[in-house]
Design a protein around this ligand. Structure first.
Ligand SMILES: *[C@@H]1O[C@H](CO)[C@@H](O)[C@H](O)[C@H]1NC(C)=O
Length: 212
């Protein structure tokens, strides 16, 4: 992607965040935005006024599924962009940390210690997710609680939310932030994404022959 397109995409993201959250002032630079991106438009030290803000969204994966939390606690992907189980409440609970609740099922998106993604009745620490805007402008969501061992051979280990091309979440240890299956765009309730519409349609086309 060209530097200008990138900058434009980032600007749109930031603007979208402002409108979205009705935040009028922030001085977050692009760098802060990327490294500590609690919610679009908030920097680390001014996120407080965003705490508790609920966004009604669908999480569209780059594998062309919408994440859904079913009533039985099973989490998987659906191609139907109006699926009731795919409507989610996303709420900031700390800087860069969100909880995600299925509107219909009332269940919280959680990851257990084995890296399995499921819908939890109770709101526990394993329902917290780091929300990061990656350099490609997609969001990734990694479990705050798991794995417990955060380092392996000196490297940081994170387990990501993902929907593989078979429509099922991958086990945490099989995930990486570079996989398409771990890339998401939060879309508005209506199903349209505010962010990178052009990029998204390209991704959708590519989705047909992609590997994860
Ligand atoms: C997702 O899970 C539900 C059951 O919870 C099932 O009815 C549905 O067919 C599954 N969808 C996919 C794409 O696997």
């Amino acid at each position: 992607m060209g530097a200008e397109v990138r900058l434009l995409a980032l600007l749109l993201t930031v603007l979208g965040g402002y409108l979205d959250l009705i935040v009028s002032t922030t001085t977050a630079s692009a760098r802060v935005e990327r490294s500590v991106p609690p919610i679009h438009g908030a920097s680390n030290n001014d996120w407080g006024h965003l705490q508790g803000v609920v966004r009604l969204r669908r999480l569209f994966c780059r594998t062309r599924f919408h994440l859904q939390i079913n009533a039985d606690g099973k989490v998987n992907g659906t191609r139907d962009d109006t699926a009731p189980n795919a409507l989610l409440e996303m709420k900031a609970v700390d800087a860069g940390i969100v909880i995600i609740k299925g509107v219909k099922s009332g269940l919280y998106l959680a990851m257990n210690k084995r890296g399995k993604v499921y819908g939890s009745k109770k709101l526990r620490d394993n329902c917290k997710w780091y929300e990061i805007i990656e350099d490609n402008n997609f969001n990734t969501y990694s479990s705050v609680q798991h794995p417990k061992k955060r380092h392996r051979k000196g490297k940081e280990v994170k387990w990501f939310l993902s929907i593989a091309k078979n429509g099922r979440p991958r086990r945490g240890k099989k995930t990486k932030n570079t996989q398409r299956s771990a890339h998401f765009l939060p879309r508005h309730k209506s199903g349209r994404s505010r962010r990178r519409r052009d990029g998204m349609s390209r991704a959708q086309k590519r989705g047909k022959k992609q590997k994860n």
